[in-house]
Design a protein around this ligand. Structure first.
Ligand SMILES: [Fe+2]
Ligand SMILES: [Fe+2]
Length: 274
């Protein structure tokens, strides 16, 4: 099967000190929605790691335990890299982000402290299922294309690893707690929770830097490595609906061969792999 190993890569990405936060040329909303995703991750991914580590002592299958540890190691690399990128967004001047991030961070710490392991694992799988299927839609057949900016290359590396560890959260939930209806209920709530936070961030950023002209119009002098077209949210739906079915399992998801080539490319680019 394509992409059946979980490789932990330490990546050498560097970002310029200053970036234009409108990096999808001419499209403030799309740019800010992507930034909202990047701002989410240094709060959400550590929460996923905390949940997985709490589950580890209940995992009796050595192969799954190895997957769990690799999942945590990959997510640890992801959020640190997003933190590094997010520092450039802070310098671009959106002071209200601090309060929004604090609120999200408080939520995730509260969930770890007060909610059951079952809730936290179902949340994790709700996030992983949605992102893995969205990532497939955005990336297949073979990624974002040539000549990417360091940010988009970083996102592509992250997305490849999301596909690599696609089965872990599902299997850990199933192994430790299980139950379709509970996973469905909490997973759907989780998807509402983090996407509504991202929408609030996007709205706030649009207030600070409003869109002038038509959204999605590609401006003059679009920088090399900008993402030319983003699929509409609606076009994601058919692929996403399957995650709500009782028969859904990430083990059945087919990954296109082009993604394996990207995984090999990022392994070669990594400063360290394990
Ligand atoms: Fe990640
Ligand atoms: Fe993940």
């Amino acid at each position: 099967m394509m992409l059946d190993t979980i490789t932990v890569r330490q990546m050498p990405f560097e970002f310029p000190d200053e970036i234009d936060p409108v990096f999808v040329a001419g499209d403030h909303r799309a740019s800010f929605a992507i930034i909202a995703g990047s701002l989410l991750l240094p709060h959400l991914e550590p929460y996923l790691i905390r949940s997985m580590k709490a589950a580890a002592r209940h995992v009796t299958d050595p192969e799954l335990l190895d997957g769990l540890e690799r999942f945590c190691a990959q997510e640890g690399q992801h959020y640190r890299m997003h933190q590094k990128f997010n520092a450039t967004i802070r310098r671009a001047g959106f002071p209200g982000l601090e309060r929004l991030e604090q609120e999200l961070s408080d939520d995730y710490h509260r969930f770890s402290r007060t909610r059951s392991l079952r809730f936290n694992l179902a949340y994790a799988e709700g996030f992983e299922a949605l992102t893995m299927n969205a990532v497939k839609h955005l990336m297949e057949p073979d990624g974002f294309g040539p000549e990417l900016s360091p940010f988009l290359e970083m996102v592509e590396w992250h997305f490849v690893e999301e596909l690599e560890h696609r089965t872990v959260a599902f299997d850990v939930y199933d192994h430790v707690c299980g139950g379709y209806l509970y996973r469905l209920a909490v997973g759907t709530w989780a998807q509402w929770h983090f996407t509504s936070w991202m929408r609030r961030v996007t709205r706030y950023m649009l207030q600070v830097r409003p869109q002038r002209g038509r959204s999605g119009e590609r401006g003059e002098g679009a920088p090399a490595g900008s993402m030319p077209v983003l699929p509409s949210v609606r076009s994601l739906f058919p692929g996403l609906l399957r995650i709500y079915l009782p028969s859904y399992t990430p083990h059945d998801v087919e990954i296109s061969p082009g993604i394996q080539s990207l995984a090999d490319k990022y392994s070669a680019m990594a400063t360290r792999t394990s």
